[in-house]
Design a protein around this ligand. Structure first.
Ligand code: G3H
Ligand code: 13P
Ligand code: ZN
Length: 323
């Protein structure tokens, strides 16, 4: 009997009790799906593959669903297919109707009551169709979809709001803002300190907020967005081989490891995939200026992405052996 796509319900329960987190990686093409799921297979890890509005626009809904279904067939692992940052009911509905097992409705930019109302609407439709829903309270700094949120405007999740939000919406997991942000430039140099080697050290995550939230929602799965660490080894390769990414900085992996042992059951990583992939392609072209077969440079890129995901599974998420 072969595994089919699953919801995150069981996965999160085990992750919560086991003190680890599931990686949620963004997918946009075949090589990315293969790199992530090959890593998960090697480490016998459960995994969430997530698709953004932009990914659906780029690759087409059906192609992405079929690629993920192929990964389930090839790996026989528990895999969740999740809509990342669902912007509205219609997009969520289209994913629910079209084979996804999990959706996020992100109305975190709206006032509390409107966020509840819009989230509730998606939850009702999703639950009627056996699909789970992630919602968000609080605003992450950085670029969230088309809305640019400056660091000053970012507001951490208010712990006193979470119980009412979860009870009234019926959502299955909650993304909170504790100082992570999207993209490869999470903090300006001015927001950081520098260590002895001159490397930027970002401000620590607000573990006090996370603790307050989880106290109010015992057993309830929490999600962290914007959790790439922006490995400096990749930034260095990109910059050495013709790229220009000055002062790119992410969330230190030790902090994510600590978060993974808490109520945080899902950790979102996209930028680090992009960095590994791009670093290897830049390097490959520099070393092989005569190559022009995409299979040559995409083989390198896919392998680097796979190795990076293995490292996340084992050293950051702790979900190896948990499939
Ligand atoms: O949170 C955003 C994810 O990194 C997806 O990015 O909207 O460019 O596909 P995207
Ligand atoms: P990063 O940009 O830190 O990888 O965050 C990804 C994310 O939160 C996707 O929803
Ligand atoms: Zn996100």
């Amino acid at each position: 009997m072969h595994m089919a796509l699953v919801t995150s319900k069981e996965m999160f329960k085990k992750a919560y009790e086991g003190g680890y987190a599931i990686g949620a990686f963004n997918v946009n093409n075949m090589e990315i799906v293969q790199g992530i799921t090959e890593a998960a297979k090697m480490e016998n890890a459960p995994v969430i593959l997530q698709v953004s509005k932009g990914a659906r626009a780029y690759a087409n809904h059906t192609y992405l669903v079929k690629l993920v279904e192929a990964a389930v067939k090839e790996t026989d692992l528990p895999i969740v297919l999740h809509l990342d940052h669902g912007p509205d009911f219609e997009t969520c509905k289209s994913c629910i109707d079209g084979g996804f097992t999990s959706v996020m409705i992100d109305k975190s930019g709206l006032p509390f009551e409107e966020n509840i109302k819009e989230t509730r609407r998606v939850v009702e439709y999703a639950h009627d169709h056996g699909v789970v829903v992630e919602a968000e309270l609080g605003t992450l700094a950085g670029v969230e979809d088309d809305v640019k949120v400056s660091a000053e405007d970012s507001s951490y999740t208010h712990p006193e709001e979470v119980e009412e939000f979860v009870n009234r919406t019926g959502c299955d997991s909650l993304a909170i803002a504790i100082g992570t942000s999207h993209g490869a430039y999470k903090f300006t140099p001015a927001q950081c300190t520098r260590n002895a080697d001159g490397i930027l050290v970002p401000p620590p995550l607000r573990f006090d907020v996370l603790e307050e939230v989880s106290k109010r929602l015992p057993g309830f799965p929490i999600v962290l967005h914007g959790s790439s660490s922006v490995p400096q080894e990749f930034v260095k390769i990109i910059n050495e081989y013709g790229g220009k990414m000055p002062d790119a900085v992410g969330i230190p992996e030790e902090q994510l490891r600590k978060a993974a042992t808490s109520a945080v059951c899902k950790i979102n990583i996209d930028s680090d995939l992009r960095l590994a992939f791009t670093a290897m392609i830049r390097k490959h072209f520099d070393e092989h200026p005569d190559h022009f077969d995409p299979r040559q440079y995409l083989t390198d890129a896919r392998a680097a992405l796979r190795d990076m995901v293995r490292h996340k599974i084992v050293d950051v998420l702790g979900c190896n052996g948990k499939a």
